[in-house]
Design a protein. Sequence first.
Length: 369
Amino acid sequence: VRSFSEAASIPVATVLRAMMGMGIMANINAELAFETAELIATELDLQLMLKETETLEDELISDIEEQEDDPDSLVTRPPIVTFLGHVDHGKTSLLDYLIGINVVSGEAGGITQHIRAYEIDKDGRSVTFVDTPGHEAFTEMRARGANVTDIAVLVIAADDGIMPQTEEAISHAKAAGVPIVVALNKIDLEGVDANRVLSQLTEHQLTPSEWGGEVEVVRTSAISGEGMDELLETLLTIAELNEYKANPDRKALGVCLEAEQQGDRGVLAKLVVQNGTLSVGDVVVCGPTYGRVRAMTNTLTGKPVEHAGPSTPINLMGLESPPGAGDRFHVLSDITQAREIAANRADAESRSSLSGVTTKVSFENFQEM
Ligand code: GDP
Ligand code: MG
């Protein structure tokens, strides 16, 4: 260990720490097998490299993120609305009704498997809706720094009231700091007691506006369509008050909601553009992958789209491999640079998972001692 430390000009303590990280307890006089020395060298080298690449890339991307938009360049963008709530309370049905299709009946076991995102037009004003399999997806995306939601619609079935997942959804929406609108759903069912749910809401510091509070409660039915116009109007009013803006003239950035490899056809990624405009031919880096936008389609109609502006959900073809849900994407001018950043991130990811394993091993070894 001593000779290795001298030869590599690395302090003995650093060598010992690296060995410990690999699950090897040793001291300065220990004999090192050549293979072990090689491993330690790799381990130390990797740690140094990791630091360098991360900072270079972080700088470039944070420059893009922090690029200020000239106030004159800002235009109103549609609000991005996410449905949250207890399973079976009607999130998917409400979205189905709004877009006039029926996904619920085709779902395996009635459970939403995919994140859906659609832009809906109402008298020339748009709303982008996101329906997730559960609020895990919402939380996961927030954990990755992808706050994709402007307004949360808390869906509560009137016959069931506030349930455990409703409570979780409330805390997620509060943590995200977004306005909450309640869809008091299944209002068509016989004998439902809306007042019971209103008082439950009050107990959760979500006092309905009809009771003098701040929260709009819209009575809805995804079956009869009752309240659907009112829900849309309420969302558009909140959007107007909050003046959500973006700059369509800058290079696009946003979030990947979901992606999959579609056999030979390549990778299909569902993205939401948050700022700027994404165009066919653009170079994109998204999490640990990259590519040139080969084609984009409207998530609702499937029709080809050349340009996607702020708040637009889009299906995109052209990435090398599927990014993860919640990975942010950025448009760069140079494909070589995009490839490098993606490769660095992929490296860093596999390294951190590797070092995760070694840390665990060493911890167990440590306990055994
Ligand atoms: P999700 O798990 O929140 O997405 O809930 P779904 O949209 O899958 O709905 C669960 C069940 O409730 C389905 O059988 C729907 O048909 C039914 N449902 C949804 N909305 C309503 C409604 O407004 N009224 C009634 N009567 N049933 C509804
Ligand atoms: Mg659903």
